[in-house]
Design a protein around this ligand. Structure first.
Ligand SMILES: [Zn+2]
Length: 427
């Protein structure tokens, strides 16, 4: 935030003494400004006034982002293998088309082994269990992470009656059935390098008898917003960008895996030969977005959570250090952090090396793959930092503008990074 002065107030003063005091304060303010300016000189170059990327970032809008999340919550928890999930895929596709982003679908089968015992997924979601408080021993989390401090058990709510909203309870009533599945993506084709692309993804399915507002309406809406802006008629990119809304993430990344299985070998091939068309451009990077809004901090010792977004909230960019393409993914992650420093308005970004349990995982040995989240998936989310996760309270009204704004800042981060990587410009 910039410092501002009101010199006119000094001019309108009555009395010499008051005037002198005001002049002293003004001189001090100028000294502070000069010191701030010399600090600025050591920062990365600030974007130019006519920077096209700044213009693109300014086209992101908090109210539009919220409206898209709200639109997704109209389909309840969008659990895969249900009518509400299929309707959500149709709605997403209609939105992408209306932005001018041509769509395609991936088709695959999902036939999981029959479960023994009721429900599906672990955890109850009834009374939250008592917090576990660190006692010094090493407690491992997923993805190579380590839990610290106070942790809470996590799980998926399977109890319809835990949802107090009767209409939402009914909307979520149909159980998942095995069988065919579909997911949608749309593509912005590059002008000079149509054979190379970045994939910008989020999963659109959810569960837990809420409305999957944060997990993962927040990531889905982010990807849709970027598709909207990159598809504007005055925007050109050298490289291709694909916006993918994966299905079946919550059942084990099945939609993203289907994409990798079907299309990895098609990369970079012109088809038909001589057409200039590349149905699957070479993957230069895969950027996943999952749970973008809630960073309220560690659970408290008394079993409650901070109801407000913490002022230290940040966007967590993760790569996986055990991936075959880890070094390139690490570089990509730090490139995103720099983009955040240059273009994001409110919240900073942090980089971690334990990306896990997300749709970028099936890509990570084949291409540089990173994920953006509200928290680190292992150390934070896995330790129970988000009480809305897979719970009936993951509904639109649970979140404040400070929460929505964290998601918007992640959108600013990815938009500005991908715009630079694809050499986006305005016609
Ligand atoms: Zn998720």
């Amino acid at each position: 935030m910039s410092m501002r002065m009101a010199p006119s107030a000094a001019m309108q003063s009555g009395g010499r003494r008051a005037y002198t005091a005001r002049m002293k304060r003004l001189v001090m303010s100028l000294a502070i400004l000069a010191a701030a300016a010399s600090l600025d000189a050591q920062q990365p170059a600030a974007p130019a006034a006519n920077d096209p990327i700044r213009t693109l970032v300014s086209r992101l809008d908090l109210e539009k982002y919220k409206a898209t999340i709200k639109g997704l919550t109209a389909f309840g928890d969008r659990r895969e293998g249900t009518e509400r999930n299929r309707k959500a895929v149709d709605w997403i596709e209609a939105q992408l088309k209306s932005y001018g982003c041509p769509t395609e679908r991936i088709r695959y089968e999902h036939n999981p082994p029959a479960r023994t015992g009721g429900g599906g997924g672990q955890g109850g979601g009834q009374k939250p269990p008592a917090p576990t408080i660190a006692s010094g021993e090493v407690r491992s989390g997923p993805g190579g992470s380590r839990y610290r401090g106070i942790t809470r058990r996590t799980g998926v709510n399977n109890d319809p009656n835990a949802q107090p909203d009767a209409a939402l309870r009914e909307l979520n009533r149909e159980p998942s059935k095995p069988g065919p599945r579909e997911e949608v993506f749309c593509t912005k084709v590059g002008t000079t390098r149509p054979d190379e692309m970045y994939i910008v993804g989020a999963h659109m399915d959810g569960h837990g008898w809420g409305a999957a507002a944060n997990d993962n309406g927040s990531g889905t809406a982010l990807v849709m917003e970027l598709a909207r802006i990159f598809s504007m008629p005055d925007v050109q990119t050298d490289r291709t960008i694909r916006f993918a809304l994966w299905n079946n993430e919550e059942t084990g990344l099945n939609g993203a895996r289907a994409y990798v299985d079907q299309r990895a070998s098609m990369q970079g091939k012109e088809n038909p030969p001589g057409s200039g068309r590349y149905p699957e451009p070479k993957w230069l990077g895969m950027i996943q977005h999952d749970m973008m809004m809630w960073d309220h901090g560690m659970p408290r010792a008394d079993g409650t959570w901070n109801p407000e977004q913490r002022p230290e909230a940040d966007v967590n960019i993760e790569f996986q250090s055990t991936a075959k393409r880890a070094d390139e993914a690490m570089k990509l992650a730090f490139f995103f952090r720099e983009a955040n420093e240059k273009y994001a308005t409110d919240y900073p970004a942090a980089v971690g090396n334990h990306m896990t349990n997300t749709d970028s995982t099936p890509f990570m040995d084949l291409a540089p793959a990173i994920s953006l989240r509200e928290n680190e998936r292992g150390m934070h989310t896995g330790a129970g930092w988000n009480p809305t996760w897979h719970q009936p309270i993951d509904v639109f009204s649970t979140f404040s503008d400070k929460d929505f704004r964290l998601g918007l800042n992640a959108a600013q981060t990815t938009l500005s990074a991908v715009a630079q990587l694809t050499n986006a410009r305005l016609k």
